[in-house]
Design a protein around this ligand. Structure first.
Ligand code: ATP
Length: 234
């Protein structure tokens, strides 16, 4: 479904992604793990078109995304939940969700998906008229995920959904990620919480200073000495 081939991304003189190749197949949960500054967010931004590779290929369902505008990439079926949520603080929960469906015209479909988002996140329904800036961190994460789902993505990109959340909430968010995947959405998950990410993913890639150093079946990686030492606290 998604293929990155030998992708190089720079910030000025900084070589942030050094020949990244990876793929995500339809129906999978794939996770990209690695420590601070490894290039995880940069990878997601390159897929969603917010950053452009200097060379290499980013292909989605056989089409090259290189020269496609970010909003067109959303229309083609990729939606990103950014690091730090980035909800529109001065707008209500409903307004944020409606913005997620901005590019859609199928009114009845939008209504159905709004209902589904409220089923996944009952807390958002309770708070639908609240200004988003006053939501708790966990609620803002739910809203950011709900907003991304409102574009009806085939591929959902999640950037560190566990960041700053209490363990019980992290568990809840990860179980909802599994539920979203089970209902047909393919997921590429970026996480520093390697333990949780590997526990729900089918496959994983380990990124270190802009390069993929390990990849494979998530359960096998979680059991490997190398990953346990470096990313799972021994
Ligand atoms: P974290 O988990 O800390 O968010 P990450 O793996 O997502 O890390 P990136 O944010 O992708 O890492 O950053 C990769 C590298 O690119 C880092 O060395 C970072 O300092 C650099 N970088 C990121 N954004 C910029 C920018 N706007 N300008 C210059 N360098 C940047």
């Amino acid at each position: 479904m998604l293929v990155l081939e030998d992708v190089n991304v720079y910030y000025g003189a900084i070589h942030a992604l050094k020949g990244i190749s990876l793929e995500v197949n339809q129906g999978e949960i794939v996770t990209l793990i690695g420590s601070n500054g490894a290039g995880k967010s940069t990878s997601l931004k390159t897929i969603s078109g917010l950053l452009r590779p200097k060379d290499g290929k980013v292909m989605f369902k056989g089409a090259d995304l290189a020269s496609i505008a970010p909003q067109t990439i959303v229309a083609q079926g990729i939606s990103q939940v950014p690091e730090g949520r980035r909800v529109f603080a001065n707008m209500t929960v409903i307004e944020n969700l409606e913005l997620g469906a901005y590019l859609r015209k199928d009114k009845s479909g939008i209504k159905e998906d709004m209902k589904r988002v409220y089923e996944l996140f009952p807390r958002l329904l309770e708070r639908k008229n609240q200004l988003s800036g006053t939501l708790s961190g966990g609620e803002q994460q739910m809203l950011a995920m709900g907003r991304a789902l409102m574009s009806k993505p085939q591929l959902l990109l999640l950037d560190e959904p566990s960041m700053g959340l209490a363990p019980i909430l992290v568990k809840q968010i990860f179980s909802i990620i599994k539920e979203i995947n089970a209902s047909g959405t393919t997921i590429l998950l970026v996480e520093q919480n390697a333990h949780m990410a590997l526990s729900i993913a089918n496959r994983a890639y380990v990124l270190e200073t802009g390069k993929i150093v390990l990849s494979g079946d998530a359960k096998q990686l979680a059991a490997s000495e190398e990953v346990r030492k470096a990313y799972l606290g021994g």
